[in-house]
Design a protein around this ligand. Structure first.
Ligand SMILES: Nc1ncnc2c1ncn2[C@@H]1O[C@H](COP(=O)(O)OP(=O)(O)OP(=O)(O)O)[C@@H](O)[C@H]1O
Ligand SMILES: [Mg+2]
Length: 306
């Protein structure tokens, strides 16, 4: 039932995001999804932003940080592993260039932008949200409400200054500033770039935002907060993937596993009631960690069917 719903969701949308707390299985679900889509005839690109080249490990081949590479012998699958540490440099340089004009007026301290690896990585993401070469683009990490908020800050602020300047041109002239409309152009372009990315994220006809969690107390609370936070940006979470659910057929009277599973059952109920507006799909805990195409296909089958 939920398999068909999950399948419909990924077949229907072009941009697929996988968010969630550290270590819950985002990269696993994104890689699984990308492979499933490529197996089903969709030309698919997977983009990761992980300093630990996790895609390379999972697909058991080198995935480049700078260019899109083909994955294995799959004719429809390619990937890119953006290194957020390097992305920080690119982002900062661009911001600095844009801000230079303003710095001469207001001083550079005022204009320092909050910049974390996450923001820089998202900045790189943005360029793939205009993709026209693939049927599907799978993003291994979804931006959080926190990232989106920080991103919008320098731009709100630049708009504020622009207004101030426009409204008080006379004052600027008195203070000796030379007002140059073109100084705002780059910032305006940049703002448009982010606005359209956030719009694309919240566009339910093209994007699907999926959160991965474990059936445990803290991930549930964090997921609730994430759903609310993203909602503030008009982004609706479409599916909740509950990972590492202990399969019932392995319990076989083992008290330890039974206890773990009954704890999970309690949280599964909670997840059902808390996230009842979203598609909920379970992925079992496998008997080993997950890498390599064969394992990914096994996970894919549990999520999306054959
Ligand atoms: N259902 C599962 N059964 C067994 N192992 C799993 C399962 N899901 C994920 N794993 C393993 O858990 C580990 C973490 O998964 P993964 O790297 O996908 O998490 P992540 O959310 O991307 O982590 P990070 O936040 O560090 O990027 C990996 O070693 C993966 O193979
Ligand atoms: Mg990961």
């Amino acid at each position: 039932m939920e398999t068909a719903e999950m399948r419909n969701l990924i077949e229907d949308k072009k941009f697929l995001f996988f968010g969630g707390k550290g270590g819950v299985g985002k990269t696993t679900m994104a890689s699984t999804t990308a492979l499933w889509l490529s197996d089903h005839g969709y030309k698919t690109l997977i983009v990761a932003t992980d300093p630990t080249v996790s895609l390379s490990a999972i697909y058991e081949q080198e995935i480049s940080e700078t260019e899109i590479v083909k994955i294995g012998k799959e004719k429809n699958l390619c990937g890119l592993n953006i290194n957020p540490r390097k992305a920080v440099g690119v982002f900062q340089t661009r911001m600095n260039e844009m801000m230079e004009g303003f710095s001469s007026m207001f001083g550079s301290e005022l204009l320092s932008t909050p910049c974390t690896e996450e923001i820089a990585a998202f900045d790189q993401f943005v360029s793939y949200m205009g993709d026209t070469e693939h049927d599907k683009v799978v993003f291994d990490t979804a931006p959080t409400g926190h990232t989106l908020r920080e991103l919008s800050m320098p731009f709100d602020w630049s708009g504020y200054i622009a207004n101030q300047i426009q409204n008080r041109r006379e004052l600027s002239e008195t203070l000796g500033f030379i007002y140059d409309e073109s100084m705002l152009d780059d910032l305006k372009k940049e703002k448009e770039r982010y606005d359209s990315a956030v719009k694309a994220l919240s566009d339910t006809t093209t994007s699907s935002f999926n959160l991965v969690l474990l059936p445990e107390k803290l991930p549930i609370e964090e997921t609730e907060r994430a759903v609310e936070d993203l909602g503030g940006f008009g982004i609706k979470v479409r599916s909740i993937i509950i990972n590492e659910v202990i399969p019932k057929d392995v319990l076989q009277g083992n008290w330890f596993l039974e206890k773990r599973r009954s704890t999970q059952d309690k949280y599964l109920c909670e997840i059902d009631s808390k996230f009842n507006e979203m598609i909920r799909a379970e992925v079992p805990l496998f008997d080993s960690d997950i890498y390599g195409l064969d394992n990914l296909r096994r996970v894919g089958e549990t999520l999306y069917g054959k």
